[in-house]
Design a protein around this ligand. Structure first.
Ligand SMILES: Cc1ncc(COP(=O)(O)O)c(C=O)c1O
Length: 446
């Protein structure tokens, strides 16, 4: 294992000012989990302790940490061009990266709109859907359909179509005219399934109920994660996405796949759309595009969607939307280097080849007391734990803490679920190490 670099071991002298996102701040500041350095599959604490990255950061460092080609590309870009205005001007790498992404995306998903995060990508896709119907003379199509337990980031659009109660309940009335499909998970029918469960395709049919209720002429788009990640790793039931596609086609509704997590190899393919053989009208992406090294997100739209906007006076923008940092030069440079790494090291293929080994290692924890369900797909596993009688989520929280402090593993938690989603460079030995550590952590918190 590489020797930690102690020069970077600076620790803060005051933890008060920083309001840590999606984190219990008081508990964190009592016992902070600080990271000062990373390389390949490991993080390092200020004391130089190695922590195995079981989560690819936040599902984003798919190529592993601090990979030299990405670091070098960012350095070179910073020296050459720090920033170019994102509106009315552009720099060459934005076009190059868009072409590379379009080449990876299925079918005629060929037009790429850049932003800086998954949340922005979702808001962008929802806005494009509304505007698309509008420019085609179907302005009555304003309703957006999401799904219970869906996570689409934290913008008002994303939390409106999202279905995670805690992310919604404090934030007012959200967007008007949003409805939700039911979640696809049912433990009784699906427990301990490797890959896509047999049961549940019929849950897509709820869309017909919503069409009957609202009329198709009022519905703009359906947005789902092909595999719901943040809510605890819920692979789609077999046939579910195909049914959604068929119904959307029947009713002229756009289908958006939120691939912020599933994009760039997580499920063994460039996009989950390819794994499932279902082509949506738009794909949102972020995270893996730069392997987490520079913030970037975006939307890939079918050619016909882009073309629908290409009318009107030629001196007027066709879509009144964009961000100061859309296609930022540093992000584009990082994105190009990352895509090169994915290609040269065949990392998507690697994820696919490791899938069954990963699933077997995860499922070996089935007999650990307190494990209620395990789900796997691609290089992703969700492990549900029995709750402590006093507090939902506390056991998983303790598992995450113990994992970091005692076992040297980073675990992601959501509710009472542990999520394991390592970088795609993970070795077979490290897969074993991940689940050995996780098993010890679970036993310790039972
Ligand atoms: C499916 C999905 N959409 C959107 C987002 C939001 O991305 P960001 O945190 O970059 O805004 C996430 C983040 O995990 C996600 O999983």
């Amino acid at each position: 294992m590489a020797e930690p670099d102690r020069r970077s071991a600076a620790v803060p002298n005051d933890l008060e000012a920083f309001w840590v996102p999606f984190t219990p701040n008081r508990a964190f500041k009592r016992a902070p989990r600080l990271i000062v350095r990373a390389k390949d599959m490991h993080y390092y604490t200020p004391e130089g302790r190695a922590v195995l990255d079981g989560t690819a950061g936040l599902w984003c460092t798919n190529a592993g940490h601090n990979r030299a080609p990405i670091v070098d590309a960012i350095k070179r870009q910073a020296e050459e061009l720090d920033y170019a205005p994102a509106f009315q001007f552009a720099h060459p790498k934005s076009f190059e990266l868009a072409s590379r992404i379009a080449a990876l995306a299925p079918a005629d998903l060929d037009r790429v709109f850049f932003c800086n995060s998954g949340s922005e990508a979702v808001d962008t896709a929802l806005k494009i859907a509304l505007a698309y119907h509008n420019v085609r003379g179907q302005a009555s199509r304003t309703r957006l359909i999401g799904r219970e337990r869906g996570y689409h980031g934290v913008g008002f659009g994303g939390i409106s179509v999202g279905g995670i109660v805690s992310n919604r309940k404090h934030f007012g009335t959200l967007l008007a005219g949003v409805d939700h499909l039911p979640a696809t998970y049912n433990r009784e029918h699906q427990a301990f399934t490797k890959g896509e469960p047999e049961w549940g395709a019929h849950l897509a049919d709820d869309l017909e109920r919503l069409v009957a209720l609202h009329d198709a002429s009022t519905i703009a788009a359906v947005i789902v994660e092909p595999m719901a990640g943040s809510t605890g790793v819920l692979p789609p039931p077999k046939g579910y996405l195909e049914r959604l596609r068929a119904m959307c086609d029947r009713h002229g509704i756009l289908l958006i796949f939120d691939e912020v997590i599933t994009g760039f190899g997580r499920l063994g393919y460039a996009f989950a759309a390819e794994r499932y053989g279902v082509t949506p009208d738009m794909i949102t992406f972020a995270k893996g595009i730069t392997s987490g090294a520079v913030p970037m997100g975006g939307v890939i739209a079918r050619e016909g969607i882009y073309d629908a906007f290409m009318h009107g006076p030629e001196h007027v923008a066709e879509l009144f939307h964009g961000y100061t940092y859309s296609a930022h030069p540093l992000a584009c440079a990082a994105g190009l280097a990352t895509l090169d790494l994915y290609r040269d090291e065949k990392l998507f293929e690697r994820a696919k080849a490791l899938e069954s080994r990963f699933a077997d290692a995860a499922m070996a924890l089935k007999s650990v007391p307190g494990v209620l369900d395990i789900r796997t797909v691609g290089l992703t596993a969700g492990i549900d734990l029995a709750s402590r009688p006093d507090a939902f989520g506390k056991r998983a929280y303790e598992a995450m803490e113990r994992g970091f402090h005692d076992e040297g593993i980073m675990i992601r938690i959501t509710g009472e679920t542990l999520a394991l989603t390592p970088p795609l460079i993970v070795s077979e030995a490290q897969i074993g190490e991940i689940f050995d550590k996780v098993a010890r952590v679970i036993k310790a918190v039972m």
